[in-house]
Design a protein around this ligand. Structure first.
Ligand code: NAD
Length: 363
């Protein structure tokens, strides 16, 4: 039976990467019944200013699985991030970003193979903020002066909630993911020495969950120390579990270890659905130029195939991508020794090369 999957092309470079990814996924022979849904800046006008129409969310809930291209968020105004709204509405609490070095990738490191698991509903990204000068901000500052301590009257404030429930479920998810994927160690990342009531709680609950999962090794690291160690000895880490903000930053750091954003896939797991998407954004300056690297989105497609139980197809697609990387011929500009290398190919030519490796006809 075909797998019903919601396909969201996104905007910027999203549509061309999505098309390339759809082609390689179909070339694995797995039957996919795409439910194409549009979201983002390109559909806002026709959807009465809404970049995330209800029918898109309904489709994801109905199918339980989505493959999504990046979507632009205007800086400092406009609408709320579609990505944040999607995560919140569907309660996509577990973001997984595998970072692996494939032979042939230009990177300072070899043998990196780690998984970043990021809690995606709480922390400073929970969206509870008080604008500098607003009545609410002034009221809160006044309340804080009476109960906690003084902060400057002209402050803007973002709240950092970390709950027992949210922490418990992300660590249970992290240990499960580690076990299912043959991993041996989970590291809890925090700044519990400074933020005792938020990160302190995180670490305490992490240790409790670790006790119930003693078949997997467990340790913890303070986030700044972790960053230094990742740059010096990334091969010592396996599965990292981080709160929202550190998870966002550390996953980009890890993407840098393995050759850049063009190679960093991602998945968002929740109680109702799983959404697969690359770590990178919509890179608007490259939109429509057939220039961007589709591999991060294709590797997100590999994660989706594994989630759908199509393990053999996932393995063949990953091997086909790895072969194309190792040959170094049919790769985009970001994987060449210099960014203006004239031998760099375009997005669709990368897809052609991978389809050919899969033994399917290039059309
Ligand atoms: P970005 O990831 O879009 O681009 C940063 C730079 O990385 C690009 O200029 C380009 O040089 C490079 N790059 C990114 N993807 C690439 C690819 N596939 N191939 C080759 N090079 C690539 O980050 P940004 O510029 O900070 O964000 C642009 C927009 O994307 C913003 O509106 C942001 O909010 C949004 N965004 C969306 C998502 C998402 O949809 N999940 C994630 C991150 C950012």
């Amino acid at each position: 039976m075909a797998h019903a999957v919601t396909l969201i092309p996104g905007d910027g470079i999203g549509p061309e990467l999505t098309e390339a990814t759809r082609r390689v996924l179909e070339s694995t022979g797995v039957e996919l019944d795409w439910d194409v849904q549009h979201a983002g800046t390109d559909v806002m006008e026709e959807q009465g200013g809404n970049p995330l129409p209800d029918h898109v969310l309904e489709s994801i809930e109905r199918n339980g699985v989505a493959l999504k291209g990046p979507i632009t968020t205007p800086v400092g105004g406009g609408f709320r991030s579609v990505n944040v709204t999607l995560r919140k509405t569907l309660d996509l609490y577990g973001q997984v970003r595998p970072c692996k070095t494939y032979p042939g990738v230009r990177s300072r490191y070899e043998n990196v193979d780690l998984i970043v698991v990021r809690e995606a509903t709480e922390d400073l990204y929970a969206g509870i903020e008080f604008e500098q000068g607003s009545e609410e901000a002034l009221e809160l500052i006044d309340w804080l002066a009476r109960h906690a301590g003084n902060i400057r009257a002209d402050s803007g404030i973002s709240i950092k909630p970390i709950s027992i429930e949210g922490t418990r479920r992300i660590f249970e998810f992290g240990f499960d993911y580690a076990r299912k994927n043959g991993r041996h160690k989970v590291t809890a990342v925090h700044k519990a020495n400074i933020m005792k009531f938020s990160d302190g709680l995180w670490l305490r609950v992490a240790r409790e969950v670790a006790e119930d999962n003693s078949d997997i090794e467990f340790d913890d690291r303070i986030v700044d120390n972790l960053c230094m160690q990742l740059v010096q000895r990334p091969e010592e880490y396996d599965v990292l579990v981080l709160p929202n903000l550190y998870g966002d930053i550390v996953s980009d750091l890890c993407a840098g270890l393995v050759g850049g954003l063009g190679l960093a896939p991602g998945a968002n797991f929740g109680t109702k659905a799983a959404v697969f998407e690359p770590t990178h954004g919509s890179a608007p300056k490259y939109a429509g130029q057939n220039k961007a690297n589709p591999m991060a989105m294709m590797l997100s497609g590999v994660l989706m195939l594994r989630h759908l139980g199509e393990v053999e197809a996932a393995d063949s697609l990953e091997s086909a991508i790895a072969e194309v990387i190792a040959e170094g011929k049919s790769v985009t500009y970001d994987m060449k020794p210099s960014r203006d290398d004239p031998t760099a190919v375009g997005t669709s030519e990368v897809a052609d090369a991978i389809v050919e490796k899969l033994g399917a006809p290039v059309w």
